[in-house]
Each structure stands twice: as C-alpha cells, then as structure tokens.
Design a protein around this ligand. Structure first.
Ligand SMILES: Cc1cc2nc3c(=O)[nH]c(=O)nc-3n(C[C@H](O)[C@H](O)[C@H](O)COP(=O)(O)O)c2cc1C
Length: 400
C-alpha cells in the first residue's frame, strides 16, 4: 500500500451501524503512512464517539459547520482543499441523497460540494433502503457524476436481514483507495482498451433464448479500472443490469454473432483487447419466427458453433495486446495454458466458476498467465481484482 504514504485522506462518517468499521479503516490508513482527518455527521456521533476517531487518527475530529476554531471560520473550505481524496464510509442513504442533490446543510456535505478531490463512497444500509428506487436513482446519478462507489456487498446485515447493503470491510476499502491513488501507469494511460462483458443471448424463438449466468460485474469492474488508469475505454456489453461506468463508451449487443461483428470493427481502433464476456459457444441452428407451442413431449434443438470472437480478433489484429478470460469448472491452469497458446493470446485470466463461484458474485479469484509469467490473485472483490489485472497488463506491456 505504498501509494497511501503521505497522502491526505479525509474520512467522512455518516450515521449508520457500519460506522464502527471506520475505526479499523482509519487505523489501517494511518499504519500505512497516510495523514487522516475525520469529519462526522451529527447522526454518526450517535453511533460512535469522535473521541475514538481522534485517538486512532491522531487529529481533532470535525463535526460542526459553524466552527469558530477553524481558520477564518471556514472549516469546510480548509478541509475540502486539504484532502487528496475523500472517502465517505459509511455513506448512508440520506447522505447519498444529499450528495446527489447538492444539499450542503452540514460540515461533511459542504466539504463534498466544495472539494476538487475525488470523492469515494462506501454505501451501507438495510437491503430495502439500498434497493429503494430513490436510493438507486441517487446511486446512478452519483456514478455518472464521477463519484467512485465501492460496494455495497451482499450478506448478513446488522438488522438481521440478508441482502445487498453491507459496507465493504476496512481492509478491502484501504486496498481500493491505495489502488486509486497509484500513479497513472504510463503503459495504459492514453491507450484505447476494448473490453467485452456480460453474457450473450441466443434466440430460440421471439421470447426464448439460451444464455448463461454471467452478470457482467467483472467486465464492468475492468472497464472502470482501465478508465481510472487513464485509458480510453470502449465497453462492448451483452444484456446486463449494470449502468455504464462514467466516461466509458458503451455499445450494447445481444447475440454472440452481433458481439463478434462489433468486436472486429471496434478492435481496429484499440491497443488492448480484454475479452471478459461469457459468449455462448453455440446458438440454435434455426430461430423460430413464432413462439414454439407446447405440442410434443420432447423438443430437439440443433445448435451450431458460434464464431470465436477472441480467436478471430487476435488473428485479425496481430499487434493488438489480447487478454482472454477462461471460466473453468475444473483443471483451471491446464485449460487456461492451452487456450493461451491455441488462441495466440498475450495473456489469459482464469477463474473458477460453478458451485457458488465466479458468476453473479461480487468476489472472484484469478490466475493470470502470460508468455513467461504467472500471478495468482486470491479471492477478493471484483473491483480490487480488476485494478490488479490492469496493473499487471501495464507491467507486462511496459516490459515488452
Ligand atoms: C439504529 C439505527 C441504525 C441505522 N443504520 C443506518 C444504516 O446503516 N444506513 C443508513 O443509510 N441509515 C441508517 N439509519 C438511518 C440514519 O441514521 C438516518 O437516515 C440519519 O438521518 C442519517 O444522517 P446522516 O446521513 O446525516 O449521517 C439508522 C438509524 C438508526 C436509528
């Protein structure tokens, strides 16, 4: 976490149960050499005392907008200028709403409005508060305005329910901050990166299709990480329930054939191609024009092999740096190594799928192989793994 050293990080705490995790977060950041100041909302002070945060950060904790002790009585401007990065952890539903609508009625919200520093959020709330249309609309608005949002994760919640809304763990947040504070990598900055993501849908009739469990989360995280590293990012996506990351040019397609055609066309302007999409290997040989009626006990579908996007792109553009993904249920490394050679790739990223692994989940584990190298990345959030993958691509490209 060398990138954290001497960085000035403002931790903003709003009023949620997860406020207790922020103590550990501040400890980790301070231990790694960051200069940390803490600002708390009034409700946050009901969950955890400013005294605790003062003890772990080594600095006075700020809570009041109208503070006569602040220089020229303008604490919000002082702190807004001081921060290299602001992380709101936890970010309540209420605080996200205020941020999305430019409300500045306390110290922390005023700082967020007055800063030029990147603002990161770690939302934490009950699953229904998170799923609420108002919160989701605010989340999307904040994303399009360039706020960086980490999580929330799914799992058991303090209220006894289970679902999406848990704040990421302190160590995960510290790792994500470290990665985003890393210097822009010269090997990636300014390069055009084409990324495919999500599943494809192969029509059987007008209402049915063959698809797979890919959520697109890994590919979208890679797109975000490449953008943050300074690349121009083109995202070619199958049908997913995800918003396009800020600053990324997205094209939406449905079938493997559409993705194949568009990838070959877009690859012409790319320097790096990362194929994370879970493309259907087969599609029905015949697409019924009308909905198939339930008339017989069995129905036989004949499937035809789809064109291989990665193989065709890597052969059509030999100078393109091509990274493939291999989702495997067994013999991960053996299959990945074979795919690396067969498709003439520069790098392959293997991840285990099936039995509650990989698809649809927020975490993953990766084995990255390239000609002459191998890196194992243990289970972590897809966001963190994506950042590590982009750094690995940069290093390999740089050493070429
Ligand atoms: C016991 C308790 C726990 C709460 N936990 C959360 C939470 O985890 N996330 C959240 O968004 N709101 C939570 N709330 C509601 C917020 O505290 C409330 O919306 C408050 O106005 C937030 O103020 P702030 O955003 O200025 O900190 C909780 C309230 C109580 C009483």
């Amino acid at each position: 976490m060398a990138h954290i050293k001497n960085k000035q990080i403002l931790i903003g705490i709003s009023g949620g149960i997860a406020a207790y995790k922020s103590v550990e977060l501040v400890r980790i950041l301070v231990r790694n050499g960051a200069r940390v100041k803490v600002c708390m909302t009034r409700s946050a002070c009901e969950f955890i005392t400013p005294l605790t945060l003062q003890a772990v950060s080594g600095n006075r904790v700020h809570t009041e907008l109208l503070d006569p002790d602040a220089e020229a009585a303008m604490g919000h401007i002082e702190l807004a200028r001081w921060a290299d990065l602001i992380l709101l952890a936890p970010a309540t539903a209420n605080f996200m709403a205020k941020l999305a609508h430019g409300i500045a009625d306390d110290l922390l919200s005023s700082i967020c409005l007055a800063t030029a520093a990147p603002v990161h959020l770690a939302p934490a709330m009950n699953r229904l508060m998170w799923a609420n249309q108002a919160t989701q609309a605010n989340y999307k608005l904040l994303q399009t305005r360039g706020f960086v949002i980490h999580g929330p994760a799914e799992g058991e919640q303090a209220c006894g329910e289970t679902g999406a809304g848990r704040m990421l763990e302190a160590q995960q947040l510290a790792d994500l901050l470290a990665a985003s504070l890393a210097e822009k990598n010269t090997a990636i900055a300014g390069k055009t990166v084409l990324i495919t993501a999500g599943p494809t849908r192969e029509a059987i009739d007008p209402v049915r299709f063959i698809s797979n469990r890919s959520s697109g989360k890994m590919g979208y995280a890679v797109a975000k990480a490449a953008k943050a590293a300074g690349a121009e990012v083109i995202l070619l996506s199958g049908p997913v329930a995800l918003e396009s990351p800020a600053g990324v040019k997205r094209y939406l397609v449905e079938s493997a054939k559409e993705m194949h055609q568009k990838a070959l066309q877009l690859a012409r302007q790319a320097d790096i191609f990362i194929a994370t999409a879970a493309v259907s290997d087969y599609s029905p040989a015949h697409v019924y024009e009308q909905k198939i009626k339930k008339s017989t006990d069995t129905l036989t579908l004949q499937l035809h092999y789809n064109p291989d996007i990665l193989f065709d792109v890597s052969h059509a553009y030999p100078d393109l740096f091509c990274v493939g993904f291999a989702a495997e249920t067994q013999d991960l490394l053996k299959h990945a190594e074979a795919k690396l050679q067969r498709k003439k790739l520069d790098m392959i990223v293997a991840n285990p799928v099936g039995k509650n692994k990989g698809f649809e989940k927020d975490t993953n584990q990766l084995e990255i192989l390239w000609q002459g190298g191998h890196l194992s990345l243990p289970e972590n959030t897809k966001e963190k793994l994506a950042i590590d993958l982009i750094q690995t691509i940069s290093r390999v490209l740089y050493s070429e």
